[in-house]
Design a protein around this ligand. Sequence first.
Ligand SMILES: NC(=O)c1ccc[n+]([C@@H]2O[C@H](COP(=O)([O-])OP(=O)(O)OC[C@H]3O[C@@H](n4cnc5c(N)ncnc54)[C@H](O)[C@@H]3O)[C@@H](O)[C@H]2O)c1
Length: 372
Amino acid sequence: MKIGCPKEIKPQEFRVGMTPNAAREAIAHGHQVMIETGAGEGAGFPDADYVAVGAEIVATAEDVFAKAEMIVKVKEPQAAERARLREGQVLFTYLHLAPDPDQTHDLLKSGVTAIAYETVTDRSGGLPLLAPMSEVAGRLAPQVGAWTLQKANGGRGVLLGGVPGVTPAKVVVIGGGVVGTHAARVAAGMGADVTVLDRSLPRLRYLDDVFGREFKNGYASAGATADLVAEADMVIGAVLIPGAAAPKLVSKAQLSTMKPGAAIVDVAIDQGGCFETSRATTHQDPIYEVDGILHYCVANMPGAVARTSTLALGNATLPFLLALADKGWKQACADDPHLKAGLNTHAGKLTYAAVGEALGLPSITADAAIKM
Ligand SMILES: NC(=O)c1ccc[n+]([C@@H]2O[C@H](COP(=O)([O-])OP(=O)(O)OC[C@H]3O[C@@H](n4cnc5c(N)ncnc54)[C@H](O)[C@@H]3O)[C@@H](O)[C@H]2O)c1
C-alpha cells in the first residue's frame, strides 16, 4: 500500500503521524511510505531519518494526498486537507467529529474512508489511541502547575516538594483515571502531599491497591472536594464523563476559599473544564488569574512535548496502521472489532451512531459499510 504522511498544518501542532520507526516497519511489510518534507521536524525527526529507513520524501502536501492510498496524520484534517481527500482513500487520524459539523460534512462529501483514533477501542473497554495523550497530559500537569506556582508567574511561591523543615505543597487531583493517576504519580514523585478524588469506588480501590502510600485517595463528594480545594496549593482537574461535557466541580464562589496564588491546572478543559472559571488557553499564553487564583487551561497540553507525544502515539497506532496496510481496511476491520469501532465515515456514509446523534445525521453500521 502507498502510505502518505503530510506535515500537520493546524496552528501550533508539532507532532507527526508517522515516526521513522513506523515508516521502517511499514516498509519492512512491503509498503511504500511517502513523507512530506519537514513533516517530522517539529518532533525532532529530520527528513534524513525517514530517508535512512527507505521512505520517500515528497515536496508538497498536494502530492502526498494525490499519491497515497492511506493518509496517516495526527489532527483532524483542516479545510485545505479535506479538499484533497477522495473516495477509495483511507484516512487514519484523530477526528472528533461530534462537535464538528463542517468537518463531518466535508468528509462525507469527499467519500473518504475515515478511521478515527479516538473511537478505536480495546478489550477492557478503554480507548487505546487516546490513552497515550492522557498519560502525557497527566504527567505534564504537575510540571506546568509547579511552574505556575512560581512567584514570577503570580503564583504562591511554593516549591512542590518543600525542603527539610518546610512541609511540601498540597496537591489535589479531581478524577483518578488515566490523566489523574499519572498526574498524582508525578506530583508525589516531586515530593508533594497528594490526594486523588474520584466518584468510582472500583477506581479508588485500584488506586489504593496499586499506589498504597504513594498518594492518598478519597471519594469526590461535594463536601470533601470543597474542603481539600480550600487547603490546596495546586488543584488538577482530570474528570471525564465519556461523551459529555465535564461537570463543574469547583464554583467561582469557591475560589475565595482557596489560598491566594494557588494554581488550578484544568486538564479536562478540552471537554469544557471542571472549574466554573476555566476557559481554554494556548501554549503562547497559558495562564490567567481569577480572584487571585491562577488558572492553566491549555487544551492541547501534549503539543508542548511534541517529541514524547509523537513517540507515544506512534507506539499505539502502529499495530493498527500495519493491519490496515497489510489487509486493506475492510479485512482489517472485519478481523478486529476494536479497529472497526474506529470507522467514522465511508463512501459518503456516516458509520458512527454517536456522531450521527450529535449532529442529527443518518448513519449506517460499520458492518454495513464493510459489505458495501
Ligand atoms: N488538556 C489536554 O491536553 C488533555 C489531554 C489528554 C486528556 N485530556 C482530558 O482529560 C480528561 C481526563 O481524561 P482521562 O483519560 O483521564 O479520562 P478517564 O476516563 O481515564 O478518567 C476520568 C475519571 O474521572 C472520574 N470522574 C467522573 N466524574 C467525576 C466526578 N464528578 N468527580 C470525580 N471524578 C469523576 C471517573 O471515575 C474517571 O476515573 C478528559 O476530559 C480528557 O479529554 C486533556
